[in-house]
Design a protein around this ligand. Sequence first.
Ligand SMILES: Nc1ncnc2c1ncn2[C@@H]1O[C@H](COP(=O)(O)OP(=O)(O)O)[C@@H](O)[C@H]1O
Ligand SMILES: Nc1ccn([C@@H]2O[C@H](COP(=O)(O)OP(=O)(O)O)[C@@H](O)[C@H]2O)c(=O)n1
Length: 225
Amino acid sequence: MESPVIVAIDGPSGTGKSSTSKAVAAKLGLSYLDTGAQYRAITWWMLSNGVDVSDTEAVANASAKPVIVSGTEPVGPTITVDGEDASGPIRTQEVTAAVSAVSAVPEVRTRLVGLQRAAAAAAPDGIVVEGRDIGTTVLPDATLKIFLTASAEARASRRSGELKGAQSVQATQDALVKRDAADSGRKTSPLAKADDAIEVDTTDLSLDQVIECIVTLIEEKRAAR
Ligand SMILES: Nc1ncnc2c1ncn2[C@@H]1O[C@H](COP(=O)(O)OP(=O)(O)O)[C@@H](O)[C@H]1O
Ligand SMILES: Nc1ccn([C@@H]2O[C@H](COP(=O)(O)OP(=O)(O)O)[C@@H](O)[C@H]2O)c(=O)n1
């Protein structure tokens, strides 16, 4: 039997990681894990339980408490915190504004990286895992590593399409750039391209083109084994 294929997809916000990873996993019959959703989930728990997210020690001390479970089916990924569906509340702007501070705390990362490696090891046919440090830290031996990029303008316009006018494109772009800087500048496994990752600039590509490109790269890797 073929050994499971492990695909790491990293990159800044709005480059298309989630949409591409889900579609690629569904096409190839692989599992799917959104690690950003896990960082959002732990952040939501901190905010809901009165933990001051700017207090690193308080966040570290609470980091083992929430029970976070991710469902890895690409057509219907799920996330629960202490048994409660968290898929809606983790997408609020309040969580988005706080997540970089929480995800910079080493104890939070150690906890979630453990869950992420366990999910990859448990995937029967392989998995597509998306995030910021999958190729560099979580799964350094991945079969294929992709680093997605896109201009800040393209990313902001994609995101504000999703927010349906709740925020101006400029405000969305400013918030994205600020979060990328925090994620790239933190000490513990910052957002970074692994040396052996393939960079794909999605600025002028359609979602279908990006999906096709990654499916082809995976098939090439499989054929070479
Ligand atoms: N290549 C692309 N061209 C146009 N829109 C895209 C492309 N890739 C993704 N999108 C759209 O951009 C938005 C953000 O994509 P998403 O997959 O959530 O990015 P990320 O996970 O990197 O933050 C979504 O609305 C998605 O449909
Ligand atoms: N592997 C990962 C994934 C996300 N994150 C953090 O989680 C946040 C939210 O990730 P996300 O993928 O949901 O963000 P979007 O790009 O979808 O808005 C990021 O801004 C990072 O602070 C991380 O630190 N490491």
